[in-house]
Design a protein around this ligand. Structure first.
Ligand code: UDP
Ligand code: MG
Length: 312
């Protein structure tokens, strides 16, 4: 029987230092898993360092190394999507270049699909060691919040590192949305998923591309992509304020009729005006978020633009 192909997709943004380590590790695993053919598909997400040269050199040495290089930085979501589109494998895995996703887990993941009949295997970090505590705290809050607000389940600590069958990948590729939030998309397509847990690993070289602010925006993207609860919430707040103000009006009318009309209460009035004004802007803001996503979605722009690949 012909050996099946496993595609390893690696998204890289300024990873010139990490890629050689990564390649050394992954070919060891490829040797161990000799019952499969491998392709290593590097997606160069508009790196500003020598990442592309490093990848090209690997391609010269080893024809299993393929690459797709973007015209600029499109973000990790776009890189993963491009990888999935270009991969030819029967099984496909997504990995980071920094070895934070232990390649040796692939063996266990493949067995789960082959022997236990799962369609995809995800990984999650059980510890967040080596991460600033404040970041872990906000991450926990985010997962609690989004799981309350969305029907699609997001697993706390889930990484993008996963192994999938061709069928699952085709399902993911059929979701053409521009605002991609992979953690949600993977869970949206369904199928039987097994979760493997592991301890957080420090990156081998280079540094993380995620600032706190970037993560915060990413979290907001996740919420707007998979929940419309905030929209409903602004409606509920509006209704609540109507009821409160209606009661207040009745109280004031009755009070004036009974006790006359003493002027005063100016400071409290200003507070109320500011408060209500604030709430209104907040709700308009929520609406704006969804509107802006819809706006970008209707433009139908490509998710990424390729500058070069290994065969041209
Ligand atoms: N990455 C990417 N495009 C970006 C940012 C990151 O392709 O715009 C890649 C990066 O090269 C790495 C992976 O995504 O392989 C994860 O990035 P990083 O290690 O910075 O994130 P962390 O592991 O800290 O969450
Ligand atoms: Mg990393």
């Amino acid at each position: 029987m012909k050996k099946q192909l496993l595609s390893v997709i690696v998204s890289c943004y300024n990873e010139q230092d990490a890629i050689p380590y990564f390649y050394d590790e992954i070919i060891k695993i490829a040797k161990q898993m000799d019952y499969l053919n491998f392709e290593f598909l590097f997606v160069n997400d508009g790196s500003k360092d020598n990442t592309l040269e490093v990848i090209k050199n690997l391609h010269q040495k080893d024809k299993r190394v393929r690459y797709v290089s973007f015209s600029r930085n499109f973000g990790k979501e776009a890189a993963m999507y491009a990888g999935l589109e270009h991969a030819k494998g029967d099984y496909i895995t997504l990995m980071d270049a920094d070895l934070q996703d232990p390649p040796e887990l692939l063996i266990e993941m493949y067995d789960a699909i082959q022997k236990e009949g799962y369609d995809s295997v995800g990984t999650r970090r059980v510890t967040r060691k080596g991460e600033p505590p404040i970041r872990s705290f906000f991450a926990r809050c985010f997962y609690k919040l989004i799981n309350r607000m969305s029907k699609v389940e997001m697993v706390d600590g889930a990484r993008d590192y996963r192994l999938m069958t061709r069928q699952v990948v085709d399902a993911i590729l059929s979701l053409k949305e521009y605002n991609r939030y992979s953690k949600g998309l993977f869970s949206f397509v369904g199928f039987e998923t097994k979760w493997i847990e592991y301890e957080n690993v420090k990156r081998v070289a280079g540094e993380t591309k995620w600032s706190f602010w970037k993560l915060f925006i990413y979290a907001l993207d996740g919420i707007t992509a998979f929940s419309t609860v905030p929209l409903m919430l602004s409606g509920v707040i509006g209704l609540l304020f109507c009821i409160v103000s209606f009661i207040a009006i009745i109280i004031i009318i009755v009070k004036t009729l009974i006790f006359g009309d003493p002027t005063g209460g100016w400071p409290s009035m200003v507070c109320i005006v500011f408060f209500v004004g604030g709430i209104q802007l907040f709700c308009t803001g929520i609406m704006g978020q969804y509107l802006s996503k819809t706006y970008l979605e209707t433009k139908n722009r490509p998710i990424y633009i390729v500058k070069e690949t290994e065969d041209k």
